[in-house]
Design a protein. Sequence first.
Length: 85
Amino acid sequence: MKPKQLANVLIRILGLSLVVHSLSSLVGYVISWLQVESENHVYNYGSHSIGASVWIYGLLPIAIGVFLIVKSRLVTEKLFKDEAE
């Protein structure tokens, strides 16, 4: 396997691992948030900001992972732009 092909595969694996790890974290955050909301119907100002940050930090790695999976060849080309095969 050539170095470019190996890098392409490894970048896709990295993207897939980011997506899987972030999805499990996001599901945990959502379950925790639903438990808090079902137990306490009083809204605090702080709870909304924490909820927004959870969504941002939960969805950002998923977006990065999907980008790495879809555009792995582009990333590989950027990394190996000076090398000739």
